[in-house]
Design a protein. Structure first.
Length: 158
């Protein structure tokens, strides 16, 4: 298991520097990152069945649903992730398909019988969770907000 350091290094221009030398490069013929959102477990299962046929990399973000009044997630950690991940996507050329999955409102998520918790392929214990489908690569809790961890998840293993 990798451990990630805390803190950031600043250059003279006050821009944060990457703490790793890994580069995420787009290869010829690879598809740029496409994104879609689905709500609920059944919609997730239907969409994943379609995406698996494409043979492209599939990344999945499981998040809490939006509150009607604020249009923000009821999950504060999910809102923090959206901000962090938006900045990450601006810095990197990501490839594949990114599926955002709304796990429902707080009560639905907290239910121990939630299919997102009980599905043996998911075994979610917290949200937000970001995973690369069909691999053991999965980030949640504090790691999901760390740029080094995000880089490792999106790193090309080919």
């Amino acid at each position: 298991m990798c451990k990630f350091g805390k803190g950031s290094t600043r250059s003279s221009s006050s821009r944060p520097l990457l703490r790793s030398s890994r580069k995420l490069k787009r290869k010829k013929g690879k598809m740029p990152l496409l994104e879609e959102t689905v709500k609920g477990y059944e919609a997730f299962k239907e969409k994943i069945a379609i995406l698996e046929k494409s043979h492209n990399k599939i990344y999945i973000v499981f998040t809490g649903g939006e509150e009607k009044t604020s249009r923000l997630s009821w999950c504060p950690d999910c809102n923090d992730f959206y901000t962090t991940f938006a900045a990450f996507k601006m810095k990197h050329q990501l490839e594949g398909f990114l599926l955002y999955v709304d796990v429902g409102q707080r009560g639905e998520w907290k239910d121990k019988a939630s299919p997102f918790r009980t599905d043996p392929l998911l075994k979610l214990t917290s949200i937000p969770t970001l995973m690369m489908w069909g691999t053991p690569k999965k980030l949640s809790n504090d790691l999901i907000l760390q740029e080094d961890a995000l880089e490792m998840l999106f790193e090309d293993d080919d």
